[in-house]
Design a protein around this ligand. Structure first.
Ligand code: NAD
Length: 363
């Protein structure tokens, strides 16, 4: 199945997401593509720029970097004119650039708030990478700035466009096997290099919980369709003390949902794990790999799942761009409110691990 067929399916699979109508998907080239400026030219931005080549509704048109040599080499590769190149200091001038409609913030977590607010003040729509910010208060500031400046805000939650995860969400939320009682989902990579920002508390806000655990929180939430009301948590052992002196190396936590469902997760830099398992009253469903870039594999009580492996980044960017082109609101499940809820859970998980108490969450 090709990506266009997939997009048609997604608009059916995710009723809250008016992605692409069949008529529009059938058009070979839309009249207008939105221009995207990437802020921060690191690893994920590199992947995003490459994957966006497949987009129908947007294109990579501007860049923001603190490294002049990157501005030069990326501009050559992606044909970015000089007038669409900015650094972190002159970024606000993007306000006067009609080539750019969307600013995509792909910087270390501590810089998400500043660049989201500056982009909003420049009257550009904003996509910000996960985790949305360092804490819930920052998320509120970001949402307010976007609202006050009449622009929309989305979080780069790519799995809301990925067919295997959409199926997990459908099986859970539509109670295909009855009410979900247990979710187990974990994400980890053997990772950590001296000097990288992810190990720096000030820049990252925390360890793998911020970077990877947010996906597990998301999965628990989109499978149950509920927001956790309380959490308990335990820090794991610190095996590489020199690297993990500021942020956790591993953490395990449990989320309790209003229906009685429980989600248990571990996120870690000490080993690889990438799985999502849900058990309902009359059956179970699971993915492994579940969260990375695939190829995804899944099965349920009914048998193996068979969905297309897609370009998640292009699907995300096309869906968001199409909404913006149609003057449609960004739906809550990929918007600022969703990022804020995840930050509330992250904050509670850290508090629970620190205090060794059960921490309630109010939204
Ligand atoms: P990276 O380290 O590869 O890139 C970070 C970029 O920020 C670099 O270009 C760096 O030059 C720039 N930068 C500016 N100021 C900096 C500073 N003070 N310290 C360090 N770098 C600075 O990181 P990345 O993996 O691209 O992650 C960036 C963001 O994207 C993070 O928020 C991360 O969580 C998110 N991310 C998302 C996914 C996904 O699948 N959605 C995957 C990877 C990363």
């Amino acid at each position: 199945m090709n990506r266009r067929t997939f997009l048609r399916n997604v608009s059916v699979a995710s009723s809250a997401l008016p992605i692409v109508s069949p008529a529009l998907a059938a058009m070979s080239s839309p009249a207008k593509k939105l221009g995207v400026a990437l802020v921060g030219l690191g690893r994920y931005a590199e992947y995003m720029a490459y994957q966006m080549k497949e987009c129908q509704y947007c294109e990579f048109r501007g860049l923001v970097t603190g490294t002049p040599s990157k501005a030069e080499s990326w501009s050559k590769e992606y044909n970015i004119p000089e007038k669409n190149r900015y650094n972190y200091q002159n970024f606000d001038q993007i306000k006067d650039n009609p080539d750019v409609d969307i600013v995509y913030v792909i910087l270390p977590n501590a810089m998400h708030k500043e660049f989201t607010i500056r982009a909003a003040k420049a009257k550009k729509h904003v996509i910000v990478e996960k985790p949305m910010a360092l804490n819930p208060a920052e998320c509120v500031e970001m949402m307010n700035a976007c609202r006050e400046n009449g622009v929309q805000l989305a979080v780069g939650y790519r799995l809301h466009f990925e067919p295997y995860n959409l199926e997990m969400k459908r099986l859970g939320q539509e109670k295909v096997f009855g009410p979900v009682r247990i979710v187990e989902t974990s994400l980890g990579y053997f990772s950590g290099q001296a000097g990288e920002w992810r190990l720096n508390k000030k820049l990252a806000g925390g360890g793998p919980l911020m970077n990877l655990g947010v996906y597990c929180i998301q999965a628990g939430r989109y499978i149950t369709g509920e927001d956790p009301m309380a959490v308990t948590a335990q820090f794991g052992p610190v095996l590489r003390k020199a690297l993990f002196s500021e942020v956790e190396e591993s953490i395990t936590w449990q989320m309790q949902f209003p229906s009685g469902a429980i989600c248990t997760s571990t996120t870690t830099c000490a080993a690889g794990i990438d799985r999502l398992y849900a058990s309902a009253e009359k059956g179970h469903f699971e993915l492994s790999p579940a969260i990375s870039y695939g190829p995804f594999k899944g099965r349920s009580t009914n048998g193996e799942m068979d969905f297309p492996q897609i370009n998640q980044q292009a699907a995300q960017m096309d869906a968001i761009s199409k909404l913006l082109l149609d003057n449609q609101p960004i739906p809550d499940h990929i918007g600022g409110l969703e990022g804020w809820k995840d930050m509330k859970v992250i904050e509670a998980v850290y508090k629970a691990a620190r205090t060794q108490t059960k921490v309630s969450i109010t939204y």
